[in-house]
Design a protein around this ligand. Structure first.
Ligand SMILES: Cc1cc2nc3c(=O)[nH]c(=O)nc-3n(C[C@H](O)[C@H](O)[C@H](O)COP(=O)(O)OP(=O)(O)OC[C@H]3O[C@@H](n4cnc5c(N)ncnc54)[C@H](O)[C@@H]3O)c2cc1C
Length: 343
């Protein structure tokens, strides 16, 4: 998703793009739950402001995608509920609440979401929500495959060689391609590309998810051990965070854990038929923030990776920033916390 969003944003500024990629089991973007949750998955300082700006970039981005493709990607901005199931849970949520959040008591919560009537209350985070990341990917692919400025090549990048004012990539098929800028957006695998010297800190973190065939909620809801995300006719429950290398398979323990965390939040889900379970590999960094910007020693090489738990949230705004960097447009956001040389 990061590579597609960047390619489209750069092409929109009139620059030709060659998009080199291959599909791999465990790709994060189609596996994700699609939450836009900067108030819950909260960073500090300018990184938090970036998350909020990324969330608020979505409505205009959805319009842009609809105009370009005819695909209207569902966007939920109803707010996210952090559900408390005990007195201890209430205290914890009140201590860590975002300044923009508001406490809902049991009655208010029941009126808003009857399926959460068993809860003690919830912290309500306005404007957070979710996007249907699979339809978003379809729309992005439709633009990429029809935009005359974007050439797509199915190949694996093995090496990148940055020089003073250009960079070259070499691929598994033996080809080599040079450009004024090379953008590295290879998800959890980015550190395996030879020459990507500042991406070594990116590691895969497996997340397992389940989907239920009913949709009893209209709001995204977090509980003490997981979250549930409503889609139009289903509900996604997540997720584990596992350090198991590049293994993108599900396990019965993982799926059971996710089911139990989801049904604790929304008990009526236990009556619906589970439709499927899957796993994906988040590209995580030690501080869970992305690596975004040029290599200070080779400015032709731009990093756009390590988006950790928030890559869907950040994809449209990351695309804008990459286009600014490629076209030499002054940046309007503070990227200091995302510096590629910080690890
Ligand atoms: C279970 C789960 C739940 C998540 N939930 C959310 C959420 O609710 N909200 C949110 O904002 N984020 C969420 N995320 C995180 C989000 O999915 C990621 O941060 C984001 O998708 C990363 O996008 P990406 O394009 O960097 O990586 P990917 O989607 O993994 O894409 C990387 C691409 O590069 C390709 N590639 C890799 N190496 C090479 C190579 N050498 N040559 C060519 N191609 C290569 C891969 O095959 C893949 O196509 C979740 C992730 C997981 C796994």
């Amino acid at each position: 998703m990061i590579g597609l969003a960047a390619a489209i944003a750069v092409a929109e500024r009139g620059v030709s793009v060659t998009l080199i990629g291959e599909s791999r089991p465990g790709e994060a973007s189609p596996a994700a739950a699609g939450m836009l949750a900067p108030s819950v998955e909260r960073a500090v300082g300018p990184a938090h402001d970036f998350g909020i700006a990324a969330r608020d970039r979505y409505p205009s981005y959805i319009e842009f995608l609809a105009e370009q493709t005819g695909i209207r990607v569902p966007l939920n901005r109803l707010g996210i509920l952090q559900v408390a199931l005990s007195g201890k849970g209430v205290k914890g949520l009140q201590k860590t609440a975002a300044p923009t959040a508001r406490w809902l008591d049991a009655k208010e919560l029941r009126e808003l979401e009857p399926s959460l009537a068993h809860a003690v209350g919830a912290m309500f985070n306005p404007d957070d929500g979710a996007v249907d990341n699979t339809l978003l990917l379809s729309a992005l692919w439709k633009i990429v495959s029809t935009n005359a400025r974007i050439e797509t090549l199915s190949d694996a990048v093995t090496e990148v060689q940055p020089r003073e004012s250009s960079a070259t990539v070499r691929t598994k098929s033996g080809a080599s391609h040079s450009a004024r800028h090379v953008v590295l957006a290879a998800g959890a695998w980015v550190g395996r590309i030879s020459g990507a010297r500042l991406a070594g800190a990116v590691e895969p973190s497996r997340g397992q998810l389940v989907s239920y065939s009913t949709s009893p909620l209209s709001h995204v809801a977090y509980g003490p051990r997981g979250y549930v995300v409503p889609r139009s006719d289903s509900t996604i429950g997540g997720s584990t965070m596992e350090n198991v290398g590049f293994d993108a398979t599900t396990t019965s323990e993982g799926v059971e854990k996710v089911r139990s965390a989801s049904e604790e939040i929304c008990p009526s889900l236990s009556r619906s038929k589970e439709t499927r379970s899957w796993a994906g590999l988040r590209p995580v960094t030690p501080d869970m923030l992305p690596i975004l910007g040029p290599d200070p020693e080779h400015r032709s090489l731009i990093y756009a990776c390590g988006h950790s738990r928030n890559g869907v949230l950040m994809a449209p705004l990351t695309g804008d920033l990459i286009a600014d960097l490629v076209t030499g447009t002054p940046l309007s956001l503070d990227l200091s916390q995302f510096r590629p040389d910080r690890f």
